[in-house]
Unconditional design. Structure first.
Ligand code: DGY
Length: 313
């Protein structure tokens, strides 16, 4: 398959890049700052795009690739892929569901514990030699709290199961009530936020969920409430989050994803009631390798004319 052109949109796992290079004629987008010139010379040979959570295939790129057959995303979230354009043009789309569910759910619990028990701050306190001056201040209990989850899909459900292990009550919001769910449903995010201690964003980013966490939701969560975002940065109105934290209208936030990654609002750096992570929900060797294998397996299946492993479109 060495003559098949594959365009990789952003750095990913070295293993994935090496395997793509072995199997295909691989182009790395970031090596071509003159995008228009690159496309003029190579567009006709590119039959697949491999996207990531930071760079996918927008309408402009799809239009510029006349031979594009498949977009395979090295992520479960495909908000960087224009799915409608792909459908319109008969281009297949795959992502990496299931293999990262446990990892993201585990990290969510880690973020909650880090935030409520102030684990990162305690670590900084010990490293700074401050323990000798006295005990660290008291923190907040997690067990028994009410956890509100936005999006009760694979990841949301895995988070709920873990939180149940901490004797938490679970409630949720999603577009429609899940008939078979044992958890309490709220038909609006504001109602959910008003009725939980910890609000977790675990839904896909779409036009409807863009800024689903706005000023009203943060006010409803309140000064004793905690926001956890392991979805996408654009789920949260970030300037409003900064104001809510600075003004004490929100208790704290654990954030793995930001609106303009890798940029993080600098106002957050001085706050002790936030835990900031660099989008590492799925970032373990085991899971990223499994995600890479799905990308490779989907491309192979497509070019051999076999059923795709994880088709979205
Ligand atoms: C995903 O798969 O969408 C994650 O955000 C990538 O880490």
């Amino acid at each position: 398959m060495g003559s098949i052109g594959v365009l990789l949109m952003a750095h990913s796992l070295p293993y994935l890049e090496q395997e793509l290079e072995k199997r295909y004629n691989l182009f790395r987008m970031w090596e071509y700052p003159q995008k228009a010139q690159f496309l003029k010379q190579n567009a006709a040979s590119i039959r697949a795009v491999v996207g990531t959570s930071s760079a996918g295939a927008d309408a402009e790129l799809i239009e510029a690739l006349p031979k594009l057959e498949i977009v395979s995303s090295f992520s479960v979230g495909v908000d960087k892929v224009d799915l409608n354009k792909c459908k319109e043009k008969g281009i297949r789309v795959t992502n990496t569901p299931d293999v990262l569910t446990d990892e993201v759910a585990d990290l969510t619990i880690g973020l909650i514990l880090a935030l409520l028990r102030r684990i990162c701050e305690c670590d900084r306190y010990v490293r700074a030699g401050k323990w000798k001056q006295g005990d660290y201040k008291l923190t907040t209990k997690f067990s028994g709290k009410t956890v509100g989850i936005i999006g009760l899909g694979r990841i949301g459900t895995a988070i709920a199961k873990r939180a149940e292990g901490f004797n938490c009550s679970i409630c949720y919001y999603s577009r429609t009530e899940k008939r078979d769910s044992k958890y309490k449903y709220y038909p609006s995010v504001v109602e959910l936020a008003s009725n939980c201690h910890i609000l977790v964003v675990a839904c896909p980013l779409t036009e409807e969920t863009h800024h689903i966490i706005n000023r009203e939701v943060m006010n409803a969560l309140g000064p004793k409430g905690y926001l956890i975002n392991i979805g996408r940065g654009k789920h949260v109105d970030e300037p409003e989050l900064v104001s809510a934290l600075l003004e004490g209208r929100l208790g704290g936030a654990g954030i793995d994803v930001f609106e303009c990654e890798p940029n993080v609002p600098e106002e957050l750096f001085g706050l002790e009631n936030v835990v900031l992570l660099p989008h590492v929900g799925s970032a373990t060797v085991e899971t990223r390798t499994a995600m890479a294998d799905l990308v490779l397996g989907n491309l192979e299946a497509h070019f051999l004319g076999k059923p795709l492993l994880t088709p979205l479109v």
